[in-house]
Design a protein around this ligand. Structure first.
Ligand SMILES: Nc1ncnc2c1ncn2[C@@H]1O[C@H](COP(=O)(O)OP(=O)(O)O)[C@@H](O)[C@H]1O
Ligand SMILES: [Mg+2]
Length: 293
């Protein structure tokens, strides 16, 4: 199978291309979102993709969306058979990797929940013992479980990189109530995912969510607890202080750290074996998620 790197649907207006998804206008209130096979890491999109990745991500998000009845989400239609024109004319491009969603006003914060000390959280902790204003106990090790999960929002800098901020920054921008609701929902979704994944022998270390507003109501948009947006660790081999075996994008980040790519210039293509291995990891986490929800 060849990786789908870009889409063009004659007769439809493409409103936006994210790093992974292409967004089309469906009508005034709805969008069509296609998950392509593009791969991004360190805020760069790679010249080659991972065949079938978009289909896996779309399935995973849809499973969580339909499973989490405690939070409203943007989904309107997941079945290609019910897609309207002109989208219905492009099954080879859209089937199994697209959804029709409610168009939301995007909230410009990444809503992150962390249950373990890793990634940018671990980096922040090593500098001053805290993450996004949460003071943490001294002496925690890499990959260690936190006393309780924390909400660690991030904003986008002009160069596209995420910057961790405290909830106070969010309150100032969005108002107290909205910020509190986002924190509450993010932690609730994380706890839900973490509890479910335990049954599949997986530790959900963290997850990054996006929310939007429709009619003054907060709804979950974009994707939900996928291996692009979350860390899934193998529980059996997990050891505090060691880099965990994971079923997510960390495998690509780890590979990139071994190359001399500077993370600023256009990235080099990913080698075939990295593509294949990542594909297998994504397929495996889909299987595990399916087995528990
Ligand atoms: N229901 C929605 N309404 C409006 N925008 C949405 C909705 N769902 C997702 N989006 C936006 O569509 C884009 C999805 O593309 P993606 O490749 O995931 O972007 P990114 O590069 O920001 O990760 C994001 O900008 C996201 O905010
Ligand atoms: Mg996104």
């Amino acid at each position: 199978m060849k990786a789908l790197l870009s889409t063009n649907i004659p007769g439809a207006k493409k409103s936006f291309s994210g790093k992974v998804r292409d967004i089309y206008e469906a009508d005034k209130e709805h969008l069509l979102i296609v998950s392509t096979d593009r791969v991004s890491a360190f805020d760069h999109v790679f010249p080659n993709g991972i065949h079938g990745k978009g289909i896996i991500l779309n399935q995973i998000s849809n499973l969580w969306f339909s499973n989490m009845t405690f939070v409203k989400n943007h989904i309107v239609e997941t079945d290609f058979a019910n897609f309207p024109k002109p989208f219905s004319g492009f099954p080879e491009l859209l089937k199994d990797r697209s959804v029709i969603v409610k168009k939301a006003k995007r909230i410009d914060f990444e809503c992150v929940a962390r249950g373990y000390l890793i990634g940018s959280g671990w980096k922040d902790y090593m500098i001053n013992g805290e993450i996004c204003g949460h003071k943490l106990p001294q002496g925690l090790k890499m990959a260690e479980e936190l006393p309780s999960p924390i909400f660690t929002p991030a904003t986008k800098a002009t160069d596209g990189h995420d910057i961790n901020v405290s909830i106070e920054v969010m309150r100032e921008k969005l108002g107290f109530e909205t910020a509190e609701n986002l924190a509450r929902l993010t932690l609730k979704i994380y706890e839900h995912g973490k509890n479910k994944m335990q049954n599949a022998g997986i530790l959900l270390a963290d997850t990054k969510l996006e929310f939007g507003i429709i009619n003054n109501e907060i709804i979950l948009v974009d994707e939900a607890m996928t291996p692009d947006s979350s860390r899934f660790w193998d529980k059996a081999s997990y050891r505090v202080g060691e880099s965990p075996v994971s079923y997510d994008k960390q495998f690509i980040r780890d590979y990139l750290e071994t190359t001399d790519w500077d993370k600023n210039s256009p990235p080099p293509p990913l080698p075939d074996e990295i593509i294949e291995k990542t594909q297998q990891k994504y397929q495996e986490i889909l299987r595990k998620i399916k087995s528990v929800i």
